[in-house]
Write a protein that binds this ligand. Sequence first.
Ligand code: MLT
Length: 311
Amino acid sequence: GALFAAGAAHAEYPERPINMVVPFAAGGPTDNVARSLAEAMRPSLGQTVVVENKGGAGGTIGTTQVARAQPDGYSILLMHAGFSTAPSLYKNPGYDPFTSFEPVGLVVDVPMTIVARSDFPPNTIAELADYVKKNKDKVSLANAGIGAASHLCGTMLVEALGVQLLTIPYKGTAPAMNDLLGKQVDLMCDQTTNTTQQIEGGKVKAYAVTSLKRVPTLPKLPTMDESGYKGFEVGIWHGMWVPKGTPKPVVDKLVKSLQAGLADPKFQERMKQLGATVLTSEANPDALTAKVKQQVPQWAELFKKAGIEKQ
Ligand code: MLT
């Protein structure tokens, strides 16, 4: 009895399902990546990875939830570039990107698209620039809250067009996309992991992609750079983290499982369809640490230039 009980106490991680927090609404870009990855990591973990959507405040609410969770490997975070913007956008983001987490690794990199409701008058990015100048206060721009990818790209778009737009925040770009499809909002800058199907199906109007090269799955869409906005580039990297203090063997197991997940042909095929690049060689803690170190000051600089203050 006692011997077996002691043995059971040292059973290998994971012994039960793992919670993967997505800090945005279900059915959106981050959720699409997370659910495919959760499935792809299951065989190597021998446990189910359950996705929990915890949206709000540009992703800071869900991210903070994981920062405060037990460091036992049963709470993991799947977040994107917005992870590194919160400290320069919020007085109290709820977490510190350098000290609140143990990094697991980078996951994917996703380009963005500038899209509009299907009956929005402008047909090209040049027409859009002209239209927003003439209709200043009437044009609405959806985003997923301050610090979300759609907000970052939207901020760059507003800067590029030189016109303020009326921004409407959502808990993720899935509900924002619903309103775009329902023609309740005009414009959005959103990741291809949410927009590809709607663009291909002609459900939304698309103007441009935000990568420097065209996206193979959306070959007809010009880049912002080639449309006259030289150097306009935003790519949304995604990473995985666990709370600070998670034991090293647990982190190691997650790193191995992440790498196995990224190597899964089904995961790779799905990401390719959605225009995402799988970051196979950067799926490790060192690469993610380096990314965050480089990104935090870079975004801080951009917000400073754009005159955006902490709220
Ligand atoms: C989402 O999953 O809803 C998005 O990643 C939101 C965003 O950051 O724009």
